[in-house]
Design a binder for this molecule. Structure first.
Ligand code: SF4
Length: 385
């Protein structure tokens, strides 16, 4: 296929749905419980809701929306750190737009901006570098956020700043890593995941190899997946086919973009600038070993965490917020007590309602809201009866 609309062809979608349904007889465990497939990546969650994929699937498949949206898993304490940095009078704080509304314990970056902090939205870390060149009397901090997908661009920006001898540019590094997080999900006693759709953009950087532990050590099929509706349907079929044939492998549905060995120059830049943190705190999931990176010591002068003092406090999520249970697939987003009430995209209490890739925002924006809310109320009545 050559053009994007070919990946959205309803007739081809029908063929794939028929192929998925045809596997029913070959998967005996369906008789015991529905199969749970996790799409790790928030981009996949967005496609699933935008194109109404979930209702097309048979009821013996349950999609679990994983924690692969870096904005959604940012803990409150890190947002507070951003606000503290941004409120310094000598600082221009730069960030991607989707991080502006993530709630901290007292305010979001958007609220801090409204109160006078110099916070600017950028489209690339290079935009921040340009601001640093143009404002030599100010400190420009880039809020580095994202999985391995965005790490190469931040790493290359730091290398560029070093080459130019820019001393007023630094990163507040919140980059997180995919593999330890999938491992934490697999080790969680709450989880019963039968197979994974692996993140396509992350894989474009890291390649296929890092996912082999899922099939080799945990006996789960995993398919690297693209972001169009037919990509998702084909990958679901590929995971189910592995289950039907009693196979566990890493397969690459997104081979048109993902080279098996990943992106070598990108990986080299990451390796040069970053090293693994001992642990990183995730909203809703707690601390996960080795699930983030920090800057290597030789780049300390570009590291906002070392250059400035930050509160660095661990802040618990509000009690009514059930983001953690949603992220682990223990409850559906609409089952959260505050979904659609005190938590909406306009007034998000949890981060899953902020980003368009967050599972709660996806259900809120694309689901049948009255139906979902009445289903939750009905469930609550039954549970209290
Ligand atoms: S509805 Fe709000 S508080 Fe509840 S899980 Fe979703 S984002 Fe978190």
């Amino acid at each position: 296929m050559k053009y994007v609309d070919e990946f959205r062809d309803p007739e081809k979608a029908k063929v794939l749905i028929a192929k998925i349904n045809a596997l029913y007889e070959q998967i005996p465990q369906i008789a015991i419980r529905p199969l749970q497939l996790m799409e790790f990546c928030g981009g996949h969650t967005h496609t699933i809701f935008r194109y109404g994929i979930e209702p097309m699937l048979p009821d013996w498949i349950e999609l679990i929306h994983g924690p692969g949206c870096p904005v959604c898993v940012l803990p409150m304490g890190r947002v507070d750190d951003c606000v503290a940095l941004a409120e310094r009078p000598d600082v221009i704080f730069t960030t991607f737009g989707d991080a502006m509304r993530v709630p901290g314990s007292k305010k979001s970056l958007l609220q801090a901006k409204a109160e006078g902090a110099d916070i600017r939205m950028v489209y690339s870390p290079l935009d921040s570098l340009e601001l640093a060149r143009k404002n030599p009397d100010r400190q420009v901090i880039f809020f580095a956020l994202g999985f391995e997908t965005t790490m190469p661009s931040t790493a290359l920006t730091v290398l560029q700043a070093k080459n130019e001898g820019l001393d007023n540019f630094s990163l507040f590094c919140n980059h997180i890593t995919t593999v330890p997080t999938i491992k934490a999900i697999l080790d969680s006693p709450d989880m019963k995941i039968d197979g994974f759709l692996a993140p396509g953009h992350v894989s474009m950087v890291v390649g296929e190899q890092p996912f082999h532990f899922v099939s080799d050590a945990y006996d789960k099929p995993i398919v690297i997946t693209g972001f169009e509706p037919l990509d998702i349907l084909q990958s679901i079929w590929m995971v189910l086919k592995q289950i039907a044939e009693n196979r566990c492998e890493v397969e690459n549905q997104y081979a048109r973009i993902v080279p098996p060995a990943g992106n070598e120059p990108g990986l080299k830049a990451i390796e040069k600038v970053f090293e693994i943190r001992e642990f990183f705190e995730w909203r809703g999931l707690g601390s996960i070993d080795h699930s983030g990176v920090k800057m290597r010591n030789e780049f300390a002068r570009f590291d906002a965490e070392q250059k400035f003092s930050i509160p660095n406090l661990k802040i618990a999520d509000p009690k009514s917020c059930q983001c953690g249970e949603v992220l682990k697939g223990v409850i559906r987003p609409w089952e959260c007590k505050v979904f659609g009430g005190s938590c909406t995209p306009e007034t998000p209490m949890g981060a899953l309602m902020v980003s368009t890739e967050g599972a709660c925002a996806a259900y809120y924006n694309f689901g049948n809201l009255p139906e979902l809310l009445s289903k939750r109320d009905q469930q609550n009545k039954e549970n209290t009866a």
